[in-house]
Design a protein around this ligand. Structure first.
Ligand code: ZN
Length: 142
């Protein structure tokens, strides 16, 4: 058992109660919306870019605790990163969340985000957790 597995509940509750970077950016450079009909999660990401770097990222919308916590953790994982690196982190996180990649300890840069992987024990909720990361990839691609 890894530390991050024990932290799942705590981290979800904490980020749901006190989400980081919650709000909107006026005149954002990129916007993407993630919607999960199964749960009703509807999350919007706003990005402000400076050259190739994500200068600022915020999220807003309605969602369950898992989707909100995931979005909050996402903003912390990619703020101030070059777009290409942010994209790489999102791809790594999606691979871990969906179980395509098992070895979580191989991505130390996502250590703070790893408690989210506790959701793998609840297959019905994995979409709640992946939603913001998919939205980020979309925002970076368009
Ligand atoms: Zn949800």
């Amino acid at each position: 058992m890894h530390d991050w597995q024990e932290l799942y509940q705590e981290v979800i509750l904490e980020h749901n109660r006190n989400p980081q970077n919650f709000g909107v950016i006026s005149a954002p450079d990129r916007v993407a919306r993630g919607y999960n009909a199964n749960c009703g999660d509807d999350i919007c990401l706003f990005l402000k870019l400076s050259g190739n770097e994500i200068e600022e990222i915020k999220f807003s919308g309605e969602g369950c605790a898992i989707s909100r916590a995931s979005a909050s953790l996402l903003t912390l994982a990619v703020e101030k990163l070059p777009k290409s690196q942010a994209q790489q982190r999102a791809e790594e996180m999606l691979a871990l969340l969906t179980g395509k990649k098992q070895d979580a300890d191989s991505v130390p840069c996502l250590r703070s985000q790893l408690p989210l992987l506790g959701v793998r024990k609840f297959p019905m909720r994995i979409k709640c957790a992946t939603l913001p990361w998919h939205a980020l990839l979309e925002a970076l691609a368009n």
